[in-house]
Design a protein around this ligand. Structure first.
Ligand code: GAL
Length: 696
């Protein structure tokens, strides 16, 4: 029997890489990819809870209201270091003991954080050399948050001590269901230029290249006479009179990622040792924090978790939400993941912090759930009275338990309780987009042919075309196994390794449709242009060599006519191509490249390699992708614009369909076998389609 339900009662109808060996988890009991949270039955629901800001009477009120809202897990301790260790080496845990007992007594599971994102004042007083030093060589003081310098031995020692204390004391506490290491590594601190970091970077460079000759070669120091003769001449990219060496900058990004990852690994390993069986996570910002290479991070966490905040100024911000959620699921290798933070309404750190409309919070939450999240959590439970975030929305806002937001929080809690069976089910996609942080770092460095062809915009535009065509999408590292996909898109693969190029070739020969975007396959891992032209890594596969980059002036566009008679418009970028062994499907129709090839397709093995040498709008990409879908045997579902129909499937074949309506009208969707699903304006509907054998 199929069950259909509308899930957003408050939305009133008219309102509207894998390039290094994968390390095994250091906790043997958690080495399976799919980890559950001990003691948590349904979908995780709750948020960051910061009880150190409140007297104990308020804690009791909090727990009562959490139960009313259906909260079953809270994240605590992120900002508690000063309270837990008021003086170096002296711990005060009495308050945390009481709090954990209180939560446990109420059946609320605890995601216990290590507080290492906010060292106490005594730490900075005692170890001023551990402060983060920014690129301009300013040491950043306390009085805010953000870690100390990740390379600082003093900071690392202090982190290990507080983590060990927490692990020893609470490692087998019955309230603790998960460990939350630190908070959002990579932001606000993604790099530090302290003297410890100088040494650390030098050691990293030595390990990577072995010799100064190797460094000079990798960084191309013959250019502008930058040759390094001694190891103490190897410096981080501190300010320089003109633009700095891009290869060094790229390595600096790699190093900074690694230095911060080492901090995480040290804490994780302590927790695995002292708290066996309890999963460890750290909250990512998959799409919003470009500093961290999350393919590397994802294999080190027991459960992937993510924080997402809407971009208030973007009226179609639900598309970016979808992309972030798809990217997070992909980081989790398709396993369920947790949304560890989002907001019930407006945030406080954008220029104009738009409050969410009634129903929007549920729509956002269920969009994450429908894309594979098994937990929906917020920043934060109770709005802070003081401090930098007092105007940020919360589950329990300043207006209290009679407010609209709290009502919707309770409704969402009830909805998620009903959706418990969805937990563990998976999303399937036939299309994947290549995503590589290293390529993003390299592409976005200064002194490129056009500052307006950015990795993020290119990727998001291509993603939005797929989103508009209602086709589920994964993201993959360019060296990952692509054999499960029919279509692979490479919108922004500026840096491509030899292994990645070979991987793409295998994919196409095996029958895949590969679509490559402009400015791709240009450099190797050292940001060096390859021998053989501007796209040498892909020229053979594409049957097309890029002879010249021809970016457009601001306000200038270039027309492209396709063999099907459509007229498209390049916005920022064109390229002079030499077609060697490919069919030309589109040509420039004006400008300096008039009549030159702009869109090509090469038949290779059982598949095709397509090349689009210009950036196109979401609308114009339709003409290109429609043809690609046809070659891949994919059909665009007939659905209204801005209405999503998403599916999660259980192992026994039970399907969970979610209709998410971002429009102001209600819709009836055909969902197969003559069935329709009604979704009200601004609402979400869920349909459980059982296998032939009905579920108990
Ligand atoms: C997150 C952070 C939270 C809170 C939130 C506000 O990035 O992890 O602690 O600051 O932003 O939106």
């Amino acid at each position: 029997m199929n069950r259909e339900r509308s899930l957003s009662p408050s939305a009133t109808p008219d309102q509207h890489r894998p390039d290094a060996p994968v390390t095994e988890s250091s906790n043997p009991s958690l080495s399976s990819p799919s980890v559950s949270i001990p003691g948590l039955e349904g979908v995780a629901y709750g948020g960051d809870y910061n009880p150190e800001q409140w007297p104990r009477e308020v804690w009791r009120e909090d727990v009562r209201l959490m139960r009313e809202a259906g909260v079953n897990m809270v994240s605590i301790g992120m900002w508690s270091w000063a309270k837990l260790e008021p003086r170096e080496g002296e711990f005060d845990t009495e308050w945390l003991d009481e709090l954990l007992d209180l939560l446990h007594g109420a059946g609320i599971r605890v995601d216990l954080a290590t507080p290492t994102a906010a060292p106490p004042a005594w730490f900075f007083r005692t170890y001023p050399q551990a402060r983060v030093v920014d690129r301009e060589q300013r040491a950043l003081g306390p009085g805010s948050r953000g870690m100390a310098c990740p390379s600082s031995p003093d900071y690392r020692a202090a982190c290990a001590r507080i983590t060990r204390m927490l692990g020893e004391r609470y490692g087998s506490h019955p309230a603790v269901a998960m460990w939350h290491v630190h908070n959002e590594y990579g932001a606000p601190v993604g790099e530090s230029f302290s003297s410890a970091a100088h040494e650390h970077f030098r050691a990293w460079v030595k390990t990577r290249y072995g010799s100064l000759e190797g460094v000079n070669e990798a960084w191309g120091t013959a250019f502008w006479g930058q040759t390094l003769a001694r190891w103490d001449e190897v410096l981080p990219p501190i300010p320089t009179p003109s633009v700095a060496n891009p290869s060094r900058e790229l390595d600096w990004r790699r190093f900074s990622n690694q230095a911060i990852l080492e901090c995480y690994l040290a804490e994780r390993d302590i927790l695995h040792e002292l708290s066996p069986g309890i999963p460890v996570t750290t909250n990512f910002m998959a799409h919003t924090c470009p500093n961290m290479d999350l393919w590397r991070w994802a294999r080190e966490v027991d459960i992937v978790s993510n924080d997402h905040y809407l971009i208030a100024s973007d009226p179609r911000n639900f598309v970016e939400l979808a992309m972030d959620a798809d990217l997070t699921r992909s980081l989790a290798g398709g396993d369920p993941w947790l949304l560890l933070e989002h907001s019930t309404s407006g945030v406080n750190w954008q220029e104009r912090n738009v409050a969410k409309e009634p129903g929007e919070m549920a729509r956002n939450s269920l969009s994450h759930l429908a894309r594979g999240a098994d937990g929906i959590m917020f920043f934060q439970w109770r709005a802070s009275k003081k401090g930098a975030e007092k105007f940020h929305s919360a589950m329990l806002p300043h207006a209290g338990a009679t407010s609209r937001v709290f009502r919707e929080v309770c409704e969402l809690g009830a909805t998620l309780q009903d959706l418990a069976p969805v937990r563990g089910s998976r999303v399937r996609a036939d299309i994947a987009i290549l995503y590589d942080w290293e390529s993003q770092w390299a592409q976005d460095l200064p002194w490129r042919p056009s500052a307006d062809l950015g990795h993020r915009a290119q990727t998001q535009t291509w993603y939005e075309r797929l989103w508009s065509d209602h086709l589920p999408t994964d993201f993959v590292h360019p060296e990952a196994d692509l054999s499960g996909y029919r279509v692979v898109l490479a919108p922004a693969s500026y840096l491509l390794t030899d292994a990645a190029a070979a991987n793409l070739e295998r994919f196409v020969h095996g029958g895949g449709q590969l679509v490559v975007g402009p400015f791709s396959g240009v450099v190797d891992e050292c940001d060096g242009v390859r021998d053989g032209g501007l796209n040498a890594a892909l020229a053979g596969l594409l049957g097309v060599a890029v002879e010249e980059f021809c970016p457009l002036r601001a306000e200038e566009t270039a027309r492209i006519t396709t063999s099907a008679g459509e007229v498209l418009e390049a916005q920022v970028w064109t390229e002079g191509l030499v077609v060697r062994d490919a069919e030309v499907l589109g040509r420039y129709a004006d400008g300096r490249l008039d009549e030159g090839a702009a869109l090509t397709r090469a038949a290779r093995g059982d598949g095709h390699a397509w090349y689009l040498a210009s950036d196109l709008s979401v609308e114009d990409l339709r003409a290109v992708f429609t043809d690609v879908y046809a070659h891949a045997g994919l059909t665009v579902p007939e659905l209204p614009a801005d209405v999503e129909l998403l599916e999660r499937a259980e192992a026994d074949g039970t399907r969970h369909l979610f209709a998410i309506n971002h429009t102001g009208q209600s819709h009836e969707l055909q969902v197969g076998a003559g069935q329709t699903l009604h979704v009200a304006a601004g609402a979400v509907a869920h349909l459980e389609v059982a296998t032939s054998a009905p579920k108990a």
